[in-house]
Ligand binder design. Structure first.
Ligand SMILES: Nc1ncnc2c1ncn2[C@@H]1O[C@H](COP(=O)(O)OP(=O)(O)OP(=O)(O)O)[C@@H](O)[C@H]1O
Ligand SMILES: [Mg+2]
Length: 191
């Protein structure tokens, strides 16, 4: 269990549902979008509560759903996007359970390097790919792998606007294109 914050009016981050106010309509709308297979883009001015809303939503998902939070603020190109996304999925699907073990076996076929943070023991996945098309293929493979699982998956890509700074052109529409081509039965995205 998380330690109680000294000040209940949080100025950074998300703690837990007890410290999150209102936003019932927004949470309900997001949940309904996901259950109906619609991807959602969250757009607002800064500090309005997008990240908090995503984390809050994750507490309300149906029991057998998996949630993956990916913060791409620190990424500068598609290759770093792939690394951050693969690491977030590894973190979310714990290696102790079957989905995590299966994902790890699948991931190994893409030949990444997997290191563990010595302090937190969380996995860090990196691909030493040089070619953009290889990176694109790996991203597509990972997303289509998730689409084929027996559980529903929500991937929230926070700070999505960062993608417009990547040197690869039109990453935004490319990514939206591959996600809609997957069919969205199991995999849903929040940007
Ligand atoms: N519903 C809420 N109840 C209580 N505190 C909230 C709520 N929503 C957001 N906050 C607080 O407001 C601050 C800003 O929220 P958050 O970081 O989620 O905003 P954001 O829209 O993601 O910001 P940015 O655009 O900078 O990424 C945080 O300190 C968060 O704890
Ligand atoms: Mg945010």
């Amino acid at each position: 269990m998380k330690k109680k914050p000294a000040n209940p009016f949080l100025t950074t981050g998300y703690h837990s549902p007890e410290y999150f106010c209102d936003r019932e309509k927004e949470t309900g709308q997001l949940l309904s979008n996901l259950q109906n297979g619609s991807n959602t883009a969250l757009v607002s001015i800064r500090r309005i509560g997008k990240t908090g809303l995503i984390k809050h939503l994750f507490y309300q998902l149906p029991e057998n759903w998996r949630s993956i939070y990916v913060d791409i603020l620190a990424t500068e190109n598609l290759s770093q996007f792939l690394n951050v996304m693969a690491s977030a999925i590894m973190n979310a699907l714990s290696e102790k359970g079957n989905p995590g073990k299966r994902f790890l076996n699948f991931l190994k076929t893409l030949r990444p390097v997997i290191r563990y943070d010595p302090l937190t023991n969380t996995p860090r996945v990196s691909f030493n790919q040089q070619q953009t098309d290889e990176t694109e293929t790996s991203i597509r493979s990972i997303l289509s792998y998730l689409e084929k699982q027996e559980f529903d998956v929500v991937i929230a890509i926070d700070e999505f606007q960062q993608i417009t700074n990547y040197p690869e052109r039109n990453t935004d529409s490319w990514l939206r294109g591959i996600v809609s081509a997957l069919g969205r039965d199991r995999l849903k995205l929040i940007f």
